[in-house]
Design a protein. Structure first.
Length: 84
């Protein structure tokens, strides 16, 4: 169930990946990955520290990573075309 809840964020993140790559904006891709990893790390550390979170905890951490990437890349996409 937790894995299924990550799918909308995953779809949005991967579509935005393609759009930003199409713009050849590799700086934005790098920045989004680094910041998304900073969002992911604390949740992943909780999963490592509290084994009872188990596989749903792993999926929740991945969901945080995907949501952060989608938000950051969406912000970049809107910034690119906000004047249009």
């Amino acid at each position: 169930m937790v894995a299924a809840l990550t799918q909308p964020a995953a779809a949005l993140a991967f579509v935005l990946d393609g759009l930003i790559l199409g713009l050849s904006d590799y700086v934005a891709m790098r920045r989004a990955m680094i910041l998304a990893l900073l969002a992911y790390a604390p949740v992943a550390a909780l999963v490592v520290g509290f084994h009872r979170l188990g596989l749903p905890g792993v999926w929740a951490a991945l969901g945080v990573w995907l949501a952060a990437r989608a938000a950051l890349l969406g912000r970049r996409w809107r910034g690119q075309f906000s004047s249009c």
